[in-house]
Design a protein around this ligand. Structure first.
Ligand code: ADP
Length: 399
């Protein structure tokens, strides 16, 4: 069975065609500048790569080109779109409605639309892509939505209710939802598989441009750092993470900004970029810090300090800790961050192994010494594969 996995943004769409027999990627690519101009880049597993401009007035046009490049010419990997058994879509905000992945129906699309009030930046492009793929593939092609929030629906009330008047929750569903659920689920399930245990207490650290940390107890998310939106939690590339809410008013007053403008500052000009004044890219920060830039060093220090605090608090919340997992662009690649978070944690049961850590990037590896009470792992995430697996499981039940 071959499954097409789609991750849509407002002007871009990433795709992967996955062979579920071998769980390998047959081809993948990116449609960019949708609604602006249009470019597609496409790579096949056997090493063919092409990139060209072509007009993308909308997401449907991008889907048509995607099918064309998969079925014809230099990038061809399948004979026709009939070979694609189903399409798996990454959905961002499933609210309280979607606690697991599900088959897309018109009713589901209406609900995703309703949830746009909670995720105005993220849900509309996902919805547009889901509708466009129905238009291009036809309604008979099964489509599945896998939501970033779904994995965290197991959190207890005490973890997700904000201490504001309860009516806001009742009326507007303002609460913690959490994101990156597909990634937290993938890496925690993978460690359970490696260890052959379903009872592990794990803190999963997904560190990328957006970063979030989750407490996963026996395969269930019991707490996570992101909240109603992906702005809450630890410092990120351009997002502040958690701050004193009174700062919003103070910033608005001092800088004569509207609430929308302050929110934009917190989302786009804060975090690692805001503190360092250098970049939101972790590699640039390391280069600047190595060159003596104190604020770049400070930004990394804040990041590591906050990650460490979450690990401590989530261990307390779960009443124990078996493992910490690092994943995402930073978690998988950045030896320095992992070292700064873990090296002085012997008191906590983490017997960090610097040599294993230095050799442990970009692959599945344990970076603690043999016998460490708490193990620390690098586990590369694979959200697309999990979306494809969920899609396969749901589609298989249809037959
Ligand atoms: P996104 O959240 O957009 O999916 P990624 O998970 O790809 O992002 O993570 C992007 C981040 O990973 C960037 O800050 C980038 O600098 C960082 N990164 C990638 N490679 C390395 C590396 N070798 N060392 C440190 N950071 C890295």
């Amino acid at each position: 069975m071959k499954i097409l996995v789609v991750n849509a943004g407002s002007s871009s769409m990433k795709y992967q065609l996955i062979d579920m027999e071998t769980e390998t990627v047959i081809a993948k690519g990116l449609c960019e500048r949708i609604g602006i101009s249009g470019n597609i880049s496409h790579k096949t597993a056997d090493g063919r790569a092409l990139s060209y401009d072509t007009p993308f007035p909308d997401h449907a046009a991008a889907f048509r080109e995607m099918i064309k490049v998969l079925t014809e010419g230099e990038g061809k990997v399948i004979n026709s779109m009939d070979e694609i058994a189903a399409v798996g879509h990454r959905g961002v905000h499933g609210g309280e409605k979607f606690a697991s992945s599900l088959l897309i129906t018109d009713e589901i699309l209406d609900t995703v639309d309703e949830l746009s009030s909670l995720a105005p930046l993220h849900n509309p492009p996902g919805l547009v892509a889901m509708k466009a793929s129905q238009q291009v593939f036809g309604k008979d092609k099964p489509m599945v939505a896998v939501f970033d929030t779904a994995f965290h629906q197991t959190m207890p009330e005490k973890a997700y209710i904000y201490p504001i008047p309860y009516e806001y929750y009742e009326e507007y569903r303002f609460r913690r939802y959490g994101f990156h659920g597909t990634s937290h689920r993938f890496v925690s399930a993978r460690l359970a598989e490696i260890k052959g245990r379903n009872d592990l207490k794990i803190v999963t650290c997904h560190l990328g441009n957006g970063s979030s940390i989750a407490a996963v107890d026996a395969g269930r998310s019991v707490d996570t750092s992101m909240g109603l939106t992906p702005l809450e939690g630890i410092i990120m590339g351009t997002r502040s993470g958690t701050i004193d809410p009174s700062l919003l008013r103070a910033m608005a007053q001092q800088k004569e900004l509207s609430l929308d403008e302050v929110t934009t500052v917190l989302n786009k000009q804060s975090g690692l970029l805001g503190v360092s004044g250098v970049s939101n890219d972790q590699r640039d920060l390391h280069a600047a810090a190595a060159g003596g830039n104190k604020r770049a060093e400070l930004a990394i220090d804040i990041q590591c300090y906050q990650i460490k605090k979450y690990i401590g608090s989530y261990a307390a919340a779960m009443g124990g800790l078996d493992a910490v997992i690092f994943t995402g662009g930073i978690g998988e690649n950045d030896e320095v961050v992992r070292r700064k978070v873990c090296e002085d944690m012997q008191f906590f049961g983490i017997d960090f192994d610097a040599a294993k850590n230095d050799a442990g990037s970009r692959k599945e590896s344990r970076i603690t010494a043999d016998g460490s009470r708490v193990e620390v792992w690098v586990i590369p995430t694979n959200e697309e594969l999990l979306i494809a697996r969920d899609t396969r499981d749901i589609v298989s039940k249809l037959k």
